[in-house]
Design a protein around this ligand. Structure first.
Ligand SMILES: Cc1cc2nc3c(=O)[nH]c(=O)nc-3n(C[C@H](O)[C@H](O)[C@H](O)COP(=O)(O)O)c2cc1C
Length: 353
C-alpha cells in the first residue's frame, strides 16, 4: 500500500501490517463489544453547530493540560506493549508526541522504561500511568523514578481491578508478556509475587488514592471514572483531575459511552477538577465535541497506535497532526478562535441516532 493519507487508511494499513494476534489484542473490547461500538456511535449522536461569517483569520489549538503547555488538547493515551505494534515502540511514540506538541501518557506496561522515553524526547510533556503492584513500595519507587525523569503527572488507572472478559484474547491464547516490560521485571526482581496480572493489587480503595495524592509532588489524575459520585470522591481524596474513561470498551461491557457520561461529571466536579475524556476519539470533530461538553482535553488510544503500527514514529506523528488539523477546522467552522471558546452551545444532541 502507498503511504496512507487519511486516518481510516492508516488504520487499515496498521491492521494489515500487524501480527494478526496482536491486531486482535489491540483492537478488541470486552464481552459482546457493545461499549466498544457505543463509544464511537455515541459521538455520532452529537451534532456540532456551524456558525458563519465570524471573521476568524486563524484558530489556536494550544492549551494547557495539568499545567503543562501543549500544542493541542490531544494526549496520547497509555497503551501497553507498543513495541508489539512497531519496533519504534514507546520511544517512537514519545518522539511523535513531542513533535506534534501533544502530551504523552506512558503505560506501566510499556516496553521502554521511563528514562529511555525521557531521553528520546526530552522536551516532550510526559505523564506516567500507574498500575499498582501488590507491594505498594515498589510502585512508589517506580513513580519516584518517573518523576526524576521529568514525568509531570501520575494517572492512576482504577477501572481494572480484574481484567474484562475479552473473547479475542481468549481465542488467541493471549499471555501476559512479563519479561518485555521494565517495570514488571523490576517488580519481579523486588520479589512481588503473583501469576501474570495477579502481581497487581486488585483491592485498591480511596485511602490509597488519598495517600498517593498527598505524598507526591505532581498532580494525580484518576483514570476510569464514569459516575459523578466517584468523581466527587476523587476530588475529596486529593485528585487533581479525572479521566472519564471506560478503557476503550475493554473492561465492563455495557457501561455508558464516555461522551454520554461526561456532562453529569462536569456538572458535579467541573469547578474542582480537570476533566479529561477518552474512549472513542477517532476524529478531530470528536475532540471538539468532548471539549464543548466540558472536557479540558482528551486522550486518544487506538488512533495513535494505528499510526505507530502502520509507519512507526512518522505514522504516530501523522495521526496526531491529522487530529489536530481536524480540530482546528472544527474550531473555525463553529466560530471559535481557540479551544477555550468551545462550549455546550456549540453542540446539540441529535433528534435521531
Ligand atoms: C491495546 C490497548 C492497551 C491499553 N493499555 C492500557 C494501559 O496499559 N493502561 C491504561 O491505563 N489504559 C490502557 N488502555 C486504555 C487506554 O488508555 C484508553 O483508555 C483507551 O484506549 C481509549 O479508547 P480509544 O482506544 O477508543 O481511544 C489500553 C487500550 C488499548 C486499546
Amino acid at each position: 500500500m502507498e503511504t496512507p493519507l487519511t486516518l481510516t487508511d492508516i488504520e487499515a494499513l496498521a491492521v494489515e501490517q500487524l501480527d494478526p494476534d496482536w491486531a486482535e489484542y489491540f483492537r478488541g473490547g470486552a464481552g459482546r463489544e457493545q461499549t466498544l461500538a457505543e463509544n464511537t456511535a455515541a459521538f455520532a449522536r452529537w451534532r456540532l453547530r456551524q456558525r458563519i461569517l465570524c471573521g476568524i483569520e486563524s484558530t489556536a489549538t494550544e492549551t494547557t493540560v495539568l499545567g503543562c503547555n501543549v500544542s493541542s488538547p490531544i494526549v496520547v493515551a497509555p497503551v501497553a506493549y507498543q513495541q508489539m505494534a512497531h519496533a519504534d515502540g514507546e520511544v517512537g511514540m514519545a518522539r511523535a508526541a513531542a513533535a506534534a506538541g501533544s502530551a504523552l501518557c506512558l503505560s506501566t506496561f510499556s516496553n521502554a522504561g521511563v528514562a529511555e522515553v525521557a531521553a528520546a524526547a526530552p522536551d516532550g510533556v510526559r505523564f506516567l500511568q500507574v498500575y499498582v503492584f501488590r507491594d505498594h513500595g515498589v510502585t512508589d519507587e517506580l513513580i519516584a523514578q518517573a518523576i526524576d525523569a521529568g514525568f509531570a503527572a501520575v494517572f492512576l488507572t482504577v477501572d481494572i481491578p480484574v481484567v474484562g472478559a475479552r473473547d479475542r484474547e481468549r481465542r488467541i491464547h493471549w499471555a501476559f508478556p512479563e519479561e518485555t516490560m521494565p517495570s514488571v521485571r523490576y517488580a519481579l526482581e523486588r520479589g512481588v509475587e503473583g501469576e501474570g496480572l495477579q502481581i497487581l493489587d486488585p483491592a485498591l480503595d480511596w485511602k490509597y488514592l488519598a495517600r498517593l495524592a498527598s505524598s507526591l509532588p505532581v498532580p494525580v489524575v484518576v483514570k476510569g471514572v464514569l459516575e459523578p459520585t466517584d468523581a466527587l470522591l476523587a476530588a475529596e481524596h486529593g485528585a487533581a483531575g479525572v479521566v472519564v474513561s471506560n478503557h476503550g470498551g475493554r473492561q465492563l461491557d455495557g457501561v455508558m459511552p464516555t461522551i454520554d457520561a461526561l456532562p453529569a461529571i462536569v456538572e458535579a466536579v467541573g469547578d474542582r477538577l480537570e476533566i479529561l475524556l477518552d474512549s472513542g476519539i477517532r476524529r478531530g470533530t470528536d475532540v471538539a465535541t468532548a471539549l464543548a461538553l466540558g472536557a479540558a482535553a482528551v486522550l486518544a488510544g487506538r488512533q495513535p497506535l494505528w499510526g505507530l503500527a502502520a509507519r512507526g514514529e512518522d505514522g504516530a506523528r501523522q495521526v496526531l497532526e491529522l487530529l489536530r488539523e481536524e480540530l482546528a477546522v472544527a474550531l473555525h467552522l463553529t466560530g471559535c478562535k481557540s479551544v477555550d471558546e468551545l462550549t455546550a452551545e456549540h453542540v446539540v444532541r441529535a433528534l435521531r441516532p
